[in-house]
Design a protein. Structure first.
Length: 84
């Protein structure tokens, strides 16, 4: 997992999110990374889960998440067309 994804996991851990939620987020990120590496990533497949994470981060952890990390995450999930 790249540094930006690890930073997001750290934000969730510091925010005292449940282990189950953090494990689910880690699994989703791992799956998305594997699909991107294989060239099989489809935003529609993961959009609902990815946007829920986006919204939770944006509204609950705005001081830590807004800015470069928010922009990176939006590109990562494909909101801006380009995938990271």
């Amino acid at each position: 997992m790249n540094e930006s994804l690890l930073a997001i996991i750290e934000i969730l851990k510091k925010g005292e999110e449940s282990d189950m939620y953090i494990n689910t987020v880690e699994f989703l990120f791992k799956t998305m990374c594997e699909e991107k590496a294989a060239g099989t990533y489809e935003m529609k497949k993961h959009f609902d889960s990815a946007i829920q994470i986006h919204n939770r981060l944006r509204y609950n952890y705005h001081a830590d998440f807004n800015g470069p990390l928010l922009s990176w995450y939006r590109r990562f999930i494909g909101l801006y067309g380009g995938l990271e």
